[in-house]
Design a protein around this ligand. Structure first.
Ligand SMILES: [Zn+2]
Length: 92
């Protein structure tokens, strides 16, 4: 999803685990299955909101960088930013 390394599995036996990503707050099995949110649209919302890491305390990685985190899963944050800009200009 956002590339954050999850401590708990996202899916168990193909079912959403209802675990929530500590970084972007996506809930596997709820946001995708019940709310029909796609990873792509969720990532767009997350980046549009500033790509913030909502992890605090000792679990927060010291040198966290959203662009690098997304790159680890093969996604270029600039591509998402371009898509956000494009949707701003095409939607009323
Ligand atoms: Zn996430």
């Amino acid at each position: 999803m956002c590339g954050f390394e999850l401590r708990k599995p996202a899916y168990v036996d193909g079912q959403g685990s209802l675990n929530i990503c500590p970084c972007c707050k996506f809930q596997y099995g709820w946001d995708d299955d019940a709310r029909h949110e796609t990873f792509e649209s969720w990532r767009k919302k997350w980046v549009a909101a500033g790509a913030v890491l909502r992890v605090y305390g000792e679990d927060r990685p010291a040198d966290w960088d959203p662009a690098r985190q997304l790159r680890n899963i093969g996604i270029n944050i600039e591509d998402i930013r371009v898509a956000i800009e494009q949707s701003k200009t095409t939607e009323p």
